[in-house]
Design a protein around this ligand. Structure first.
Ligand code: APR
Length: 235
């Protein structure tokens, strides 16, 4: 049987594809007030501003292409049973060819009815006030905003609990519940954290098998993948 790898990715893996991160210098949250553009109250107060924020980001994501970090994770599937749990709302893992991708914070290329979260549609153009779902309700970005629950977290937990190996790539590990997924991993499962500026939180520091690779994703991920492929994926 193939060994299982759970991969937690964040904005850093898409940085070299031209998609801005959130908390680095020059990150999105330096320029925008989170509560204005990414919260239920922001949507209530000024939905046009929220739509414009996500329209710009959607246009950018449509133009972006996967980098060597995304691609290396696809190669890993030849040898391991790989599941990617991403905080990213872009679709670069899928574009690269990864087959098992779970989006914790939603997807930019989808929209949903404000009245019924089950009515979700693929969407590649700009979204405007007046664009409605089949129930007649306004469509909103299919994004988890600050203050909203993260329904996919329950699906993500078993992948970390059962993983033989964990990769954490390009995330500041500051946003919960995503950052808390590490708590569910087996105590001695190796954790590779690839990030030029890793944030070794208290819970990561306690892990006996933490290996920190201080590199950009395009260099660090292929290196780690090469090593893992050499080690072999059968248990
Ligand atoms: N390769 C790898 N990592 C990188 C690179 C790169 N080329 N460039 C930057 N990074 C790292 C930074 O060092 C940082 O640790 O990416 C991380 C980006 O952190 P954040 O901007 O906080 O992004 P993320 O952790 O994904 O944020 C989590 O916060 O606002 C929300 O919903 C949004 O999903 C997002 C969540």
């Amino acid at each position: 049987m193939k060994k299982k790898i759970a991969v937690l990715t964040g904005a850093g893996i898409s940085a070299e594809s031209g998609i801005r991160t959130f908390r680095d210098a020059g990150g999105l949250w330096e320029e925008h007030d989170i509560m204005e553009v990414a919260s239920p109250s922001g949507w209530q107060n000024n939905p046009e501003l929220v739509l414009e924020f996500y329209n710009r980001r959607r246009r950018q994501v449509l133009k972006a292409t996967p980098n060597a970090g995304h691609k290396a994770l696809v190669a890993l599937e030849e040898v391991y049973d790989v599941t990617i749990i991403t905080q990213n709302v872009d679709s670069l893992h899928e574009k690269a060819g990864s087959t098992k991708v779970l989006h914790l914070h939603g997807e930019l290329l989808k929209v949903r009815s404000v009245a019924n979260p089950e009515l979700i549609y693929p969407w590649e153009k700009d979204l405007s006030m007046g664009d409605c779902a089949e129930d007649g309700a306004q469509l909103r970005p299919h994004i988890v905003w600050f203050g909203e629950s993260v329904p996919m977290i329950d699906k993500a937990i078993p992948y970390f609990a059962e993983a033989d190996i964990v990769l954490v790539i390009g995330t500041s590990m500051q946003v919960y519940p995503a950052a808390g997924l590490i708590r569910y991993t087996l105590p001695y499962a190796p954790i590779f954290y690839i990030d030029p500026h890793p944030n070794i939180s208290h819970e990561l520091a306690l892990r006996p098998a933490l290996r920190t690779i201080r590199s950009k994703a395009s260099k660090g991920v292929p290196e780690v993948v090469k090593q893992l492929m050499k080690d072999g994926g059968d248990s």
